[in-house]
Each structure stands twice: as C-alpha cells, then as structure tokens.
Design a protein around this ligand. Sequence first.
Ligand SMILES: Nc1nc2c(ncn2[C@@H]2O[C@H](COP(=O)(O)OP(=O)(O)OP(=O)(O)O)[C@@H](O)[C@H]2O)c(=O)[nH]1
Ligand SMILES: [Mg+2]
Length: 463
Amino acid sequence: MSEINHQTPIAAIATPIGEGGIAVIRISGKGAFDKVKSCFRGKDLTKADSHTVHFGKIVKKDGRIVDEVLATVFRSPKSYTGEDTVEVSCHGGVLVTQSVLETILDQDVRPAEPGEFTQRAFLNGKLDLDQAEAVADLIHAKSIKAVDAANQQLEGRLGQHIKTFRQQIIDATAMVELELDFIEEDVEFANKEQLHKLLSDLNVEIGNLLDTYETGRLVKDGVKTVFIGRPNAGKSTLLNTLIGSERAIVTEIAGTTRDTIDADWSYDGLLFKLIDTAGLRDTVDIIEAEGVKRSQKAFEEADLVVYLKDLSLPFDSEEREEIAGFQKRASETPFLLIGTKLDLKNSPKNETPKEDRIHYDLKISAINNTNIEDLKKVMKQRALENKDYDTSSILVTSSRHRDGLQKARENVNRAIHALDQGMTGDFLAIDLRAALKDLGAITGEITNEDILSSIFSRFCIGK
Ligand SMILES: Nc1nc2c(ncn2[C@@H]2O[C@H](COP(=O)(O)OP(=O)(O)OP(=O)(O)O)[C@@H](O)[C@H]2O)c(=O)[nH]1
Ligand SMILES: [Mg+2]
C-alpha cells in the first residue's frame, strides 16, 4: 500500500437526489473528524474508533437543529479513499439533505468534484485505475452480465492479467539486458530461442485477452439492435411486444414511425438497445424521408440487424436485393431475417407464392405471441455469435483498455521482428519498455492528468 496522501476535506451527497428513507453525505480528507465535530452534537468524533456509528444532531452555528443523523467514522487508512472519512446518514428529503451538506460545507469543507472520492482512493493506492473504472461501470451497469463483468474487474482480475504480462516483459528485458552487458564481446543472445518463445507466447496471450473485447463491449454497452423493413412490416409492434409496453405508436397506416425510437430491453442478463426505425421506402414526404435517412444511419452503427418481412405480402422488387445485401454483410453485422404476421400467413388465402420462398431465421406473430420466446433466444445467440462467451472468463469491456493492449501487442511484435532481424538488444529494449508503458497505463501505474480527468469526470458526484 502506498503512503496515504491526506488532502483538503471534501463533501458530497453520496445518494441520489430525491425523497427516500435516508440519504448519505460523505466527508473525506484531512481533519474530516474535526470538521464534522464542529457541527455535530453528540459523541466527540475525533475520539471515536474506526468503523463505529454515532447518533447525534447536525446543528447550524446559531444552534438551529438541521437533522438527527447517524455518523459513521472510518479512520485512515481503513476507508474507501484511504483518508479519514465520515458518512453522515440523515433523513432522505431533498431539502434536509441539502441543508446537512451545506452545514458541513460551512466548516471550511469543499464540495467534491465528480468521482473525486474514487480518484483519491486510486491516488492512495486503494484501487488500480482499471478497478476505479469498474466502480463507474458497476454504477452504470444496466444488465446483470454488465454487473458481473464490472465486478470481475473490480476484483482485480483484469489487473492480474496485466501484471502477469508486465512480469513477462520484465523477464524478457532482463534477458536482453544480459546480452547488452556482453555487447563489447560480440556475444550472441545465448538464449535467443527462449526469448523468442517468451515474446511469442506473450503475443498470443495478449491477443486472447483482446479477443474478448467484442463481447465485452456488447455486455457493457448493450447490443444495438435495429429493426428495419418495409412500412407496416410490424417493427413497432415487435418492439412493444419485447419491452412489454406501448412505447412506439402502432397503426395500420404505412409510414407511422417517422423518427428512430430507442428502448432498453434486457434478456437473459444481456442488455439490448432496441431501435425501431421508419419503414424503408422511397417517399416524397420530407419528414418520412428524413426518418428513412435516420434508419439507414442506425443500421450502419448496429450490432444486430433484424429485418422484418410481412409474410402476408409478396416481396417488392428491391426487397430481395436488400435482404441479400444484408446477408452478404452478415459476418460484419449479424443479421436476422424474420417473417412477421404469421397468423395472417397461415390463412389459406394468403399462401405465399412459390417464388417467394426464402430462408427465414424465424417466423413470428407479435399479435398472437407466436415464436416470440424463440426470437429472443435467436437474437441473443446471433448477437454473441462467434464470440467466446463464458461468464467465468475475464472480459475486456473498455476501449481504453483495448487500445492499451493493442499498443502493447504491437510493441511486443516489433521486438519479435527486431529479434528475427538479428538487431541488437538496445533496439529490443526500446520496444519492450514501450510495451511495459502501454500496459502500465491500463492499471494506472503510469498515468497523467488528462487520462485521470477523462476517467473520473464520468463518475457521479459523491462517488
Ligand atoms: N395480424 C397481424 N398484424 C400485425 C402483426 N404485427 C403488426 N401487425 C399490424 O400491422 C400494422 C403495422 O404495424 P406496425 O408495428 O405499426 O408496423 P411498422 O413496421 O412499425 O410500420 P411503420 O412504422 O409504418 O414503418 C398494424 O396494424 C399492426 O397491428 C401481427 O403479428 N399479426
Ligand atoms: Mg413503426
């Protein structure tokens, strides 16, 4: 554990603003106990043991009582930030909470910036940078799988991998330096093969971790799923069926949905960001045309495209081509072709003509709830297709971590190349040192103000 740096005291409301049973105000920093003591009528908090709770009253300078509270004392270094910390639990009204905070701030305490408590925890060595980021991920998580992934990172599982990689690079550097010591005598790498193997293995291991990013991204951010198809195909009806509420307007008029409509939907622990779009067709209506443009943009960014085709109607001239285009691109953007209104299709007068036979991934009726459960399964399967997905394995979920790993791998590859080319050890050492830096940036062993402020500004105030 690094030495605790006791900074000026800061305070913030740590619970959401709103009415609730209780709210918590957190105070951390140098002299935190003294500061709270000056407005707390109850036990002398400067004398209280760590991890003890004390009943008392928060009082203004003029003696007016603001609220009855419980104050929990955490003595440095055994606190979230590593500093002396008090958590004041007061009644959870908006005004009362604000008044308690203001009374504490009146004691020469500064309001905390977003994420400042966690930033102090990081600076005091309580958390690695990737663990601090996991705290934000955990708070923002919108699905159980995202919670799992954040918890793994918070436990330090990613950090462990990175530390192992760093150690391997340090070992490789030691071999290179051994060679450098003998450079005058023109000694070849005695253990060139061993070094080569070490670096190649490392290259593969970093690659394996990098491969988890595609899944990690989907787990953390959700699967951007775009419903497209002709007007009236049943896109909005399906969105409403999945989320179980009438989010999108449904009518029998083709061209009902004009703008893209988003809705979050969780299935089997995975978040889907559903996007209902304006039906694709040529139109002279300016508003509808803008909607069609937005639909096109939505599917360019999609993680999963679900094309809905009304089974009761024949294909129009361009529809088959359009579908074939999506199918061709399916290795880049997973695609599902779903036949809709199966209930109508089943009636004899709506028999599909033979030439319209095409392979559907599934046929559904949103109105009769036919095959909707299968559709949910298929959506999840297709979204995570070809992606190693094992809940127990560590996932890289952040683009910052992916970038760091990618750079490290490039530098390791450069070192391998230099070795193959018979270059001298000093060249290799440069590449290896660079790789070490790239990995160190992930866990925060090497960092700078810009990185820290961009990471901690994502946090809410009070965390
Ligand atoms: N019989 C039957 N009708 C359906 C089904 N799904 C949707 N419909 C009807 O089809 C019509 C169009 O449905 P929408 O969900 O608005 O279609 P859309 O694709 O969103 O249409 P636009 O917004 O115009 O692009 C409505 O009258 C729905 O009630 C279904 O499974 N069976
Ligand atoms: Mg619609």
